[in-house]
Design a protein around this ligand. Structure first.
Ligand code: DAH
Length: 327
């Protein structure tokens, strides 16, 4: 038995506990109910009395060695020399690093817009970026020959009727196909167009679309909703609704805001065209509604006085770090 203890002592000398899981494994192996120490003590009971003193002594030293190893681990952990791997493995825990990144300006503004619409009952609804022609164009009353398609040229997926969506209005159709009024949704997301990349335009950008559908919804409801948003988002500001054209709304309007003495167009909107409602089997004699859409980049450029849209997508840390304190 003395030899056994000697070998086990040698094993202990080689052990280095580096993590909580190693410690646990070690504890069960040596101190567990069916562990080494218990089995040694059981064996100890059976040995001759004249051997007991000697073996008992080395058994106690062995036991102390085990406890010391555990103590050493605890001290090192307290001093943070050992970092518990159980903590590292828990990927759901918030990061410990102090120098974490910051929210992207587009996300900051997107969240501010969403929060305001959430307050008046609009719920978020998202859709795919690779979209069928039906949802992006045809159901929104842009038949294939319609000249309004020209302004929203995009990237088409070869040999399919799919494309990269040009606006988040496509989500309207997806939602309307599956849900009955009353409907109040807001759809943020990324959109694509065949545009030359410059300081003012990009082939990829973000929009937020809104849709409100119920009985007896009027243009007045549209105006008051948009005005609520403008007032709360921009504070006091001068705006104007200007008649416009979109295939999926009738009548259609654009909202301009007076910004640094210039009229800037920021929201497209209108009453949902009855043709669109018929396309999704909703009776336009019973229901009416309004829709609106805005570009997040445009608003973000305004708010932060940024003069080039390309900064948003270059991932230059010197640019991104400037938004550190914002949410
Ligand atoms: N989808 C339009 C665009 O990308 C924006 C828009 C205009 C959305 C009017 C609407 C709307 O819902 O009613 O240019």
């Amino acid at each position: 038995m003395l030899n056994k203890i000697k070998n086990l002592n040698k094993e202990l000398d080689r052990i280095n506990l580096n993590s909580a899981s190693e410690l646990e494994f070690f504890r069960i192996k040596f101190l567990g109910k069916k562990g080494i120490l218990n089995s040694l003590f059981k064996e100890f009971k059976k040995i001759d009395n004249n051997e007991k003193r000697n073996i008992g002594l080395s058994l106690n030293i062995f036991k102390k060695k085990i406890k010391n190893l555990i103590l050493k681990f605890k001290i090192l952990k307290k001093k943070k020399i050992i970092i518990d791997d159980l903590e590292i493995d828990d990927l759901t825990k918030p990061g410990k690093k102090k120098n974490l990144g910051s929210r992207h300006p587009i996300s900051i503004i997107k969240h501010r817009i969403i929060n305001l619409f959430n307050k008046i009952g609009f719920q978020i609804c998202e859709g795919p970026e690779i979209e069928y022609d039906w949802y992006n164009f045809t159901a929104l009353n842009f038949p294939y020959y319609h000249p309004a398609r020209e302004m929203q040229d995009t990237f088409f997926i070869k040999k399919s009727n799919k494309l990269l969506r040009t606006h988040t209005s496509s989500v309207q159709i997806r939602y309307l196909e599956k849900n009955k009024p009353p409907i109040r949704i807001i759809s943020p997301g990324r959109v694509y167009r065949n545009e030359k990349i410059s300081a003012y335009s990009h082939c990829m950008f973000h929009q937020i679309e809104g849709l409100y559908l119920d009985k007896k919804v009027s243009f007045q409801d549209l105006k008051s909703t948009i005005n609520f948003f403008i007032k709360n988002f921009f504070g006091k500001s001068i705006t104007r609704f200007r008649p416009s054209y979109f295939p999926f709304t009738e009548p259609s309007a654009e909202l301009d805001i007076l910004w640094n003495n210039k009229w800037l167009e920021i929201i497209g909107c209108g009453m949902v065209d009855p043709i669109v409602l018929k396309n999704v089997n909703i009776d336009p004699d019973i229901y009416s509604g309004f829709a609106f859409g805005m570009g997040i980049e445009r608003i973000t450029l305004m708010i932060y006085k940024i003069n080039d849209i390309r900064y948003f997508f270059e991932n230059d840390l010197r640019f991104l770090k400037q938004f550190k304190k914002e949410f």
